[in-house]
Design a protein around this ligand. Structure first.
Ligand SMILES: Cc1cc2nc3c(=O)[nH]c(=O)nc-3n(C[C@H](O)[C@H](O)[C@H](O)COP(=O)(O)OP(=O)(O)OC[C@H]3O[C@@H](n4cnc5c(N)ncnc54)[C@H](O)[C@@H]3O)c2cc1C
Length: 393
């Protein structure tokens, strides 16, 4: 019997690939006309070029995401520097610095003032240990405390990784990210992103790989009920999972992410990025023809109009680049339910891969992976759901 997978985001694609590799026949049903869900590329008519729905940054320690790419033959489609260097710019002081982690497991970069965050002392980095040892219920900001390390590194890191403001965000998932990356050494914290686009890396090669192996792929097919007695992986967002399976408890509070894409021919040939503090802009991704900006945990900016946000962000981009440039054509993409809000109360609602119904497994970045809602979490959840289902058939 075919295994049905509902939802062709990265969790559904990961489950589909795992099951296909294990020798099973699968049918993948996706409501949208295309796969990729919240991590996809498209041709933007307004800008006249292809863009990603949002900038996505991975780290070289995202081992499940890298294994997935290897499986579908797309590992070479990621790019990024050979050193774990993170350039930052403070808009208030107009000062820049680069955090430079060393490759090995012993973090001697913390002892080197030229490599660590300016204005910090060695002892401040004990905050990283507190994050690694966080318990359920611990919140990021109260756990790590304030100071230059918080303002210049931990706050922007927490907002980016958890998509939730650190005063209400759970510390444990941030600790889990650090344990799989920074704690293992700079070699596991190398920044990585899709060279051409998210779909070209994570989606199109997976669809081709599945098709070559006889998978049935259906697009524009919104599933409205769970077929009885058919092995199924439900890889849809939490509110859809709840509609299809009302007895499920799922995360039900969300945070948005705002991405701005500016069409400009002035970027560098090789893509780079900057962390930014002291303004609206949080991360700038410079590509050859598009400069993109990410603002996470963006519910707090919901009152700002698109024009106002674009004007301010462009001014900030110019300040970081040290140039005065006219506002180019732009696109503001506001993903309202980008991820669940990573608070202790929401974490408690995350189900594991086994659902209350036999022969139905759950996948998605909102399931209990221990990680925040990220590509690594989504891909890992797909693998876990495939395992949970196979243990029942
Ligand atoms: C703007 C933005 C920026 C991000 N930045 C990063 C980042 O820098 N790094 C990172 O690691 N992660 C990032 N993320 C998170 C990452 O994109 C997600 O964690 C991941 O894509 C979630 O995949 P998923 O498969 O769990 O869910 P989804 O992508 O939501 O997939 C669910 C799929 O189910 C489909 N579906 C829904 N209802 C039905 C139905 N009834 N029948 C059939 N199909 C249905 C949907 O159309 C969708 O394709 C970002 C997310 C956003 C939105």
């Amino acid at each position: 019997m075919k295994i049905q997978i509902i939802g062709a985001g990265l969790a559904g694609l990961s489950a589909a690939c795992a099951l296909t590799e294990a020798g099973h026949q699968i049918m993948l049903s996706e409501a949208a006309p295309q796969a990729g869900g919240r991590a996809r590329s498209y041709f933007d008519k307004q800008l006249g070029c292809r863009i990603d729905n949002g900038n996505h940054l991975l780290l070289s320690g995202n081992k499940d995401a890298l294994r997935y790419l290897r499986r579908i033959g797309a590992e070479h489609t990621l790019t990024g520097p050979d050193e774990a260097n993170f350039p930052f710019h403070d808009l208030k002081t107009n000062r820049g610095w680069t955090l430079r982690l060393n490759h090995g497991r012993i973090p001697w970069w913390i002892a080197a003032p030229s490599r660590r965050v300016p204005g910090t002392r060695l002892a401040d980095y004990l905050a990283l240990k507190r994050l690694l040892q966080a318990r359920p219920g611990d919140l990021v900001e109260p756990l790590v405390g304030h100071g230059p390390l918080y303002e210049r590194l931990l706050e922007p890191l927490a907002i980016a990784a958890l998509n939730t403001m650190p005063d209400i965000a759970a510390a444990q998932p941030l600790g889990a990210v650090l344990a799989e990356t920074v704690e293992r050494g700079g070699f596991a914290a190398l920044p990585r992103w899709a060279r051409l686009g998210l779909s070209e890396s994570f989606v199109d090669p997976a669809l081709a790989w599945l098709q070559q192996r006889g998978a049935e792929l259906r697009f524009g097919e919104r599933v409205t009920h769970l077929p009885p007695n058919q092995p199924t992986i439900l890889a849809v967002p939490p509110w859809v999972a709840k509609e299809l399976m009302p007895e499920l408890d799922v995360p039900d509070a969300f945070e948005s992410i705002c991405n701005l894409h500016f069409k400009t021919p002035r970027g560098p040939a090789e893509a780079t990025f900057h962390g930014v503090i002291g303004g609206l802009t949080e991360w700038i991704f410079l590509r050859e023809t598009v400069i993109s900006v990410t603002i996470s945990a963006a519910n707090r900016h919901a009152h700002l109009g698109q024009e106002a946000i674009a004007a301010q962000v462009w001014q900030e981009v110019c300040q970081v680049l040290g140039q005065t440039l006219k506002l180019p054509p732009y696109r503001v993409l506001w993903e309202k339910r980008a991820t669940f809000a990573c608070t202790p109360a929401q974490l408690a609602k995350r189900p594991g891969p086994r659902s209350p119904r036999p022969l139905v497994a759950l996948a998605g970045d909102w399931t209990d992976t221990g990680l925040p809602a990220t590509i690594e979490g989504a891909i890992r959840s797909g693998e876990a759901a495939a395992k949970a289902l196979l243990s029942q058939i």
